[in-house]
Write a protein that binds this ligand. Sequence first.
Ligand code: SAJ
Length: 415
Amino acid sequence: MKELKSVAVIGLGYIGLPTAAVLAGKGLNVIGVDVKESSVEAINRGEVPFVEPDLGEAVSKAVSAGTLKATTDTPVADAYIVAVPTPFNADRTADLSYIEAAARSIAPQLTGDELVILESTSPPGATQHLGDYLIELRPDLSLDTESGKPVLHVAHCPERVLPGRVMIELVSNDRIVGGLTREAAEMARDLYSVFCEGDMHVTDAKTAEMAKLVENSYRDVNIAFANELSVISSRLGIDVWELIELANHHPRVNILQPGPGVGGHCIAVDPWFIVAAAPEDAKLIRQARETNDAKPEWVINKVQELVAGRTNATVAALGLAFKADIDDLRESPAISIVASLSEQLPEVRFSVVEPHVEDLPRALMGRSNVSLTATKDAIEQADVVLLLVDHTAFKELDRDLLAGKKVIDTRGVWR
Ligand code: SAJ
């Protein structure tokens, strides 16, 4: 087995860049590849294009040590880690086009005996598809160790880190490594063992793909339970946060927290890959998605009830990120809530507060009744205060500011 000295990481996003930085920090020669020139330039200056605690330091150290470089062209390397997005299509099947584009950039560089790892969250069968596609592009190579041709080793190693704790969890979490062959899985395990202090669990590629989807579906189903409880509790006049806190005193009960819906690029997406793979059977998983996706509408109705009949009302919407203390706006229910409300209630003004961004996201830009506002000003001007994200800054807010305001606290931070 070839010693893996150089690693190309394709896709320098929320997962690719931290992975590149920790590998480079361990002395491997890492080349990060991204289509976005501004990201490549920023990284080569030792800067990071997005907020993630401790990432900036790791990148700047590795860049000055010369172990991390970024480029727009896929280089020759011993190992390739593909960490590109896998969004879903309109019919909620996975869009593998970014993975295929990565494969097309890798294929010409291969000579045999390389390791290609798919990190992107993928539907069952995607790693096999990547392997088959690479061989279609390079029929002189084979996935089969017995073929007599130079072999390509392909494995899936899904990331499982929590945004906001990426640099800690990359090192400390256990990892699942699934190979198209046992040898590929073991090569991937050895590469990740360079920085991963958690246990490495070796399996086949399809089980590894499914394990990642199942982890996020587990969380989605449990958040759906909490969201359903919040709707029931509101109807029954019960404080859902007190209810959950009390129920969680039972030694075998651990209910999650309700919110305005589920956002992010993972939990709101991954369960659909399971539904697409087994539509007849994935009933609970589908229902959980639908329950969580219906929660923003429920919040919208609450706001509409409060502003009904008021002329010139102002709503302060606190938070746009998909969860607390990050600047990540992907699939954020807060944004869709503000977007729908501002459309449905053109006469209402929306003062949006998001301490982690400098500009309104595209979905809210150019709307005459929406403006990005400082926290205190927004609340002072508001008739209704709509808390959408449990950012620490909002938790620490002087509660006197809320006196006399109608409050919708979707995260239970001010109870
Ligand atoms: N949320 C709630 N109530 C809760 C917990 C979360 O409403 O009790 C909401 C959040 O506000 C957010 C969404 O769910 O909108 C998702 O947040 P999250 O913190 O649960 O998860 P992500 O999307 O940041 O990261 C998840 C993690 N998966 C699990 O915890 C099983 C992470 O480990 C994965 O690596 C990541 O998905 C991923 O990339 O798949």
